[in-house]
Design a binder for this molecule. Structure first.
Ligand SMILES: C[S@@+](CC[C@H](N)C(=O)[O-])C[C@H]1O[C@@H](n2cnc3c(N)ncnc32)[C@H](O)[C@@H]1O
Length: 284
């Protein structure tokens, strides 16, 4: 019944045909590629959904999912289940040095302070990346009179977005943030909120959160100056990656910058991007 602590539904593993149906559907819906080797991972992650729905087999789950009611009620939960949302404050910290020392000065040279900088954190998970950006850009603004900015942060998963919008984190999550930043941008929880921090209102107001699925159409009124899309496309196949990056380039102003995750690469893709630092690109 239990193997390595995971209760298998009805003692069965997922039939390959159900895995195939789910994997094809997840790929078409979110672009996430699930080879057969990921079956155990999917089984483990779907256990909770099976329990919540009172189902005893993956086949019942599949049958339900592919009904109109299942599509309406279960799709969001399935997406929450299959996305990997690992993130942290100041993840890949060199990127923030490059932002402050190279990209923002370039932006000021080209634009001055007449218009606010528009930044998009694409695939923002539970908010650690966009809040890091809000703190870093606020520091830059303190030293640069007239500099203004706005951050759009999007994700496909409603579950992580709800956490991001609250802006509340356990204190141990912010251990990579300097004491100075904590004092300036966060409030410490008291009594029942002891052990938690919340970003102050001023910082929360710099961020706009929105659900956005990269597999659907997206456009913006004005092109972005900077896109952070880190540790997201790694879950997509190469064709999907290149398509998405082409669309990102269309949303980027010429001279704008794209930051990607350290294990992601655009090598061999036909994109109007020039590398200026490891995994940092400038739109031509
Ligand atoms: C590993 S997290 C990366 C978070 C952050 N960018 C970082 O580097 O720490 C990847 C995020 O991409 C989101 N994602 C996956 N597929 C997506 C899609 N089709 N559209 C939009 N977001 C997606 C996931 O929900 C997840 O929160």
């Amino acid at each position: 019944m239990t193997v390595t602590g995971v209760v298998k539904s009805g003692s069965q593993s997922m039939p390959d045909r159900d895995f195939k149906r789910l994997a094809e559907f997840i790929y078409s819906e979110c672009g996430i590629k699930l080879p057969l080797a990921k079956k155990t991972m999917l089984e483990a992650r779907l256990q909770k959904r099976l329990r919540v729905l009172g189902m005893d087999s993956y086949s019942s789950y599949c049958d339900y999912l592919f009904t109109p009611k299942g599509m309406e009620l279960e799709l969001i939960s399935l997406i929450d289940t299959v996305t990997t949302n690992t993130t942290e404050f100041f993840r890949e910290p060199k990127h923030f040095d490059i932002l402050v020392n190279k990209v923002l000065p370039d932006f000021l040279t080209g634009h001055g302070v007449a218009q606010p900088l528009r930044l998009w954190s694409a695939g923002c998970s539970s908010g650690e990346e966009p809040y890091t950006l809000a703190m870093v850009l606020s520091e830059f603004a303190r030293k640069t009179p007239g500099f203004r900015f706005g951050i759009l942060a999007t994700d496909i998963s409603t579950q992580v977005l709800e956490r991001a919008m609250r802006g509340i984190y356990p204190e141990d999550r912010v251990s990579t943030v300097s004491m100075e930043f904590k004092k300036r941008y966060m409030l410490r929880g008291k009594n029942r909120s002891q052990g938690l921090i919340r970003f102050n209102q001023e910082t929360r107001d710099l961020l706009k959160f929105k659900r956005l699925n990269f597999m659907e159409e997206f456009t913006f009124d004005k092109p972005k100056h900077i896109i952070f899309c880190r540790n997201v496309v790694i879950y997509f196949d190469r064709v999907t990656q290149e398509n998405l990056l082409t669309r990102f380039c269309k949303c980027l102003e010429p001279g704008g910058h794209l930051f990607m995750g350290h294990s992601e690469s655009i090598t061999g893709m036909n994109l109007p991007l020039t590398q200026i630092a490891p995994t940092v690109y400038r739109r031509s």
